[in-house]
Each structure stands twice: as C-alpha cells, then as structure tokens.
Design a protein around this ligand. Structure first.
Ligand code: GLP
Length: 261
C-alpha cells in the first residue's frame, strides 16, 4: 500500500488524476470505478479541468459506481446516479449509458446486485477504482462486520453512516434511506488498482486503521492491505494519527518520477 500525504485535499487529488490520465492514455476504453460522496470531489474537479484543457477524454471509457441507496426516487438529487452525473459524468465526454450503478429502484434488489456483478465482469473488470472511506472504516457501503469476501448485495446502513450522510439530506437523518446496494469487499478487491482519497480529521481514526491497523471486518477498508496495488492519498489532517507518517513522506520524496502510481 502506497501512502501519500499532501497539504490539502486538492493537492492529494492530483496524483489520482495523474493515474487516471495515464490509464486513459494507455487504454482509452478503460473501466473506471467511481465513488460518490465528498472525498472524490476534488479529483472530479481536477479531471474536468484536464478534460476541458484537452488532456483527457472519457469518450471510450466506461464506469461503474460503487453503491446506491435503495428506494430513492429516480429524480432525487442525492440518488448516487444523479450525484455522479452532476459531479463528473455530465461534465465530461462519457458516452450515453457508459456509466452505470446498482439499480436501487429494482423490484428485486438482490437480483439487481447479481446482475451488477455480471455487468462488471462482462466489461472485463475495473481497471482503477476510486474510493473514499467512512468514519467507521467502511468502503462503498460495506459496514463493519461485512464479509471480507462479500460481493454486491443489499446492506443496511449503520446509524453512524446515516448520521454522517444526513448532511446531504438537510441534516434529517430519517431522510437517509436505511438500505443500500453496495459492491462487496471482494468485488472492490478485484479491481486492478485501488485509489483511496481521504481528507479531514474526521477520517483520521479510520485512516489509521486502514494503513496501520490489523486486517479485520471491524474496519472493512483494512482488506486493502491485501491488495497488490493500492494507493492511499491523504491530506495532513486525515494522516494526523499515522505512526509512520514520516516514513511515508520520505518514501514518497524518494520515489522515482518514472514510477507513477
Ligand atoms: C459514503 C459512500 C462511500 C464514501 C464514504 C465516505 O457513505 N457510500 O462510497 O466513500 O461513505 O463518504 P464521504 O466521502 O462523503 O466522506
């Protein structure tokens, strides 16, 4: 796991944008895994800037979202399909229907989960998966206790996650749906490169477990320690509880330019 500590969230997003720019240059029809939430916003803004500058094109790329609330109206602004459209997809040149997410409005959500796994497999798997992390250590919506081998499925949200996400629902925790569809930890681990972004002190405890804790379903993101190609991009606040922060800084400073991420 490579840990990079930058002064702020915007600076931390740059290496992630570099990795995506390089991937799309090498493989224009790459499959991107797209997270929603506040963590990737700086990255998506940077990708839009590079698209507008003519450095990057998504015209042949495809995308798969990590998760979706169950039961939010098709037009609800916080439905993740609408969030990703607003924050990235509608601002760049993805082809129509090139980005899909789990169907939170399906009559049979579990069947939708199985179909989603198949769609990812049919696309050849995810080349680069963008991730955030919840304050309780979840990735996607894999709450503590999730099987480390889990696949896309229906998952109840913890009270903590609903409280954390109430800020997107006018601070009304009861408006946050209780159920979601989420890629599993096993699904996420099958992506070829994991790029996790975290910023702010609220994430510091989860980041500490992610990078330096024991691998455990109690902190689901720790499964990333088993991934052969995982990049963790942090601001100073999110990195503030890491014991080996100085080492990560030294290692990054010594990294050869050609190596990339
Ligand atoms: C959310 C999402 C995750 C996200 C995480 C952190 O609930 N389901 O995909 O990465 O929790 O959210 P944020 O980036 O808004 O802090």
């Amino acid at each position: 796991m490579e840990v990079v500590i930058k002064s702020g969230a915007e600076e931390a997003a740059v290496p992630a944008a570099d990795a995506i720019e390089r991937l799309l240059a090498d493989k224009p029809d790459a499959v991107l895994g797209l997270a929603t939430g506040s963590s990737p916003q700086a990255l998506y803004d940077e990708l839009v800037r590079r698209y507008e500058a003519g450095r990057i094109s998504f015209a042949r790329a495809r995308g798969f979202m990590l998760d979706e609330y169950v039961g939010l109206d098709a037009g609800h602004p916080e439905r993740y399909r609408n969030v990703i459209e607003r924050e990235l997809v509608g601002r760049v040149d993805f082809a129509p229907d090139a980005v899909q997410g789990p169907d939170g409005l399906a009559d049979d959500p579990q069947a939708a989960a199985v179909a989603y796994e198949q769609a990812i497999a049919d696309a050849g798997g995810v080349d680069l998966q963008v991730l955030g992390i919840g304050t309780n250590g979840h990735i996607a919506f894999n709450e503590p206790g999730s099987s480390l081998a889990s696949r896309t499925r229906v998952q109840p949200l913890t009270a903590q996650t609903r409280e954390d996400n109430a800020r997107f629902f006018d601070d009304d925790v009861d408006a946050v749906p209780p159920l979601c569809l989420t890629q599993g930890l096993g699904t996420i681990m099958a992506a070829r490169h994991l790029v996790l972004l975290a910023s702010g002190t609220g994430k510091a405890a989860a980041v500490r477990e992610l990078v330096e804790g024991a691998v455990s379903a109690s902190w689901p993101a720790t499964i990333m320690q088993h991934h052969p190609h995982a990049t963790v991009l942090l601001d100073e606040a999110a990195a503030s509880r890491l014991e080996r922060a100085d080492y990560y800084r030294e290692a990054y400073a010594a990294k050869p330019q050609w190596q990339g991420f």
